[in-house]
Ligand binder design. Structure first.
Ligand code: SF4
Length: 464
């Protein structure tokens, strides 16, 4: 019996897709098979930057493993696969783990399956080409730069812009210890993938408008807060949001992941067109906050994160505010939680605290990619098992149902078309039985490719 089958027996109410996705994310994938066929030529490794979540391999090593995986400005990365029961992806940047027992094998005629060792786990499909990195049709800005330099289209109607591809905490020696943001840019540069750390916002808006003239734009998100002085970037973002918000007839749902700003600046961002905001707090445990996220502890402080979450609910409304935690991070420091159950109990406390206040938490899978301060083999052995995450997702759903947040949550915050989190998937299945049906409340039918998927999969999905 595979791990996924065993977990399904143990957690019968968790959708199989969430169990599969968790197994993929906890263990990483060793091999994709047919990378030339299934991979994506991209300007990105993940997150709209070159940051990777790979468990044990640098981009340089990735390229050395197979010839022809890099060309000017682009890298061939594993593409996104989706599971049969939902159109939602495994994750935006699949994680490579050269020691994993999971592989994806081609089974002929465009069919693929996940294997654990030699046991077949389930079929998977290539995610239909939705719009990201379709370089064959690359448009150029007036100055002749590819539009994908500025705007990453996750689907035809969802975009991501990362204006600053640099985190000052690294230069200050205060980087979050699980993160490889700056080192991964250096890693990319070592294979010739270099680009500016900031983008010209006017050119980004120009690039955005070119695509937006052809499609209906549903939502967009951005990361803010790579600059240590809180609020220093608010002006830039407010200007950028105003331009995006007014560039098309229908304003897309706009979401920023950032660090807490003053309440005045929250209002400024809202007035500029921002709909949702999430703070990446990463660590709930008070005694481990400074040790694990020193820059955030020094420049913001744990108390301000909590206060800002409550303020943001007053500004943006219940269901439009999120918070990010990194699962199992509290198990890594010497003085950290000793078992995954202790770690889980602490995280559940944080999840409940947030949900009671109208904030939607997200637990990210812990990875310790090369370049991160905690990236050692010894630390990787402490990482929590699948059960840990599944029990957190169940606790989240319970609290969200008890408080009613499950129905008030903005369904475009973590958009179901391209980046739905596990907590979102749990809510979607619980409320409507499928991600596509749940998305229908926020997504016009012509854009809801998940409903098309539900109608067509297993029958008509074709290889690229
Ligand atoms: S703030 Fe922390 S998580 Fe974000 S990029 Fe900087 S070091 Fe990484």
């Amino acid at each position: 019996m595979t791990r996924v089958d065993e977990l399904q027996k143990k957690y019968p109410t968790v959708p199989r897709y969430v169990i599969l996705k968790t197994d993929f994310n906890v263990h990483g994938i060793r091999d994709w098979g047919n990378l030339e066929e299934t991979g994506i030529w991209s300007r990105y490794a993940g997150l709209g930057t070159y940051a990777t979540y790979d468990l044990d391999i640098t981009l340089k090593e990735w390229v050395e493993m197979g010839p022809g995986r890099v060309k000017p400005g682009m890298i061939l990365r594993p593409g996104r696969f989706v599971f049969p029961e939902t159109g939602t992806d495994i994750m935006p940047a699949p994680s490579v783990n050269t020691k994993s027992d999971l592989t994806i094998r081609a089974e002929g005629s465009g069919k693929y399956a996940v294997y654990q060792g030699d046991e077949r786990v389930d079929e998977v499909y290539q995610m239909p080409a939705m719009g990201s990195n379709i370089v064959a049709k690359e448009q150029l800005t007036k100055s002749g730069k590819p539009t994908s330099n500025f705007v990453h289209w996750s689907t035809k109607c969802c975009f991501q812009i990362i204006p600053v591809r640099f985190c000052e905490f690294f230069t200050l020696g205060m980087a979050c210890k699980f993160c490889n943001f700056n080192p991964s840019q250096d890693d990319a540069a070592s294979i010739g993938l270099q680009r500016s750390t900031t983008i010209n916002l006017d050119e980004a808006v120009e690039a955005y408008k070119m695509r937006a003239a052809e499609v209906t734009v549903l939502e967009g998100h951005s990361d803010m807060g790579a600059i240590a002085k809180s609020g220093a970037d608010v002006k830039i973002y407010a200007k950028f949001l105003e331009k995006i918000a007014s560039a098309t007839r229908k304003k897309p749902n706009l979401f920023i992941l950032g660090v807490p700003t003053s309440r005045k600046d929250m209002q400024r961002l809202k007035d500029a067109g921002l709909d949702c905001i999430a703070y990446q707090m990463e660590m709930w445990d008070a005694d481990l906050f400074e040790e694990t996220v020193p820059g955030k502890a020094h420049f913001v402080g744990r108390d301000r994160y909590l206060e800002a979450c409550e303020e943001a609910v007053q500004v943006f409304g219940v269901g439009n505010v999120g918070v990010g935690f990194v699962g199992g991070l509290n198990m890594i420091p010497e003085n950290g939680r000793k078992t995954w159950q202790e770690s889980r109990d602490s995280m559940v406390e944080g999840i409940n605290w947030m949900i009671k206040r109208g904030v939607w938490p997200t637990t990210l899978y812990l990875r310790l990619p090369p370049g991160a301060a905690y990236a050692t083999e010894e630390n990787r052995k402490k990482m929590p098992p699948n059960e840990y995450y599944l029990e957190l997702f169940l606790a989240h759903l319970k609290a969200a149902k008890e408080t009613g947040l499950v129905n008030k949550w903005n369904r475009l915050m973590w958009c179901p078309l391209d980046c739905l989190t596990n907590e979102g998937a749990m809510a979607a299945y619980d409320q409507n039985g499928s991600v596509g049906k749940w998305a229908a409340a926020a997504v016009p039918r012509e854009l809801n490719w998940l409903l098309d998927w539900e109608e067509q999969h297993r029958v008509t999905i074709q290889p690229k």
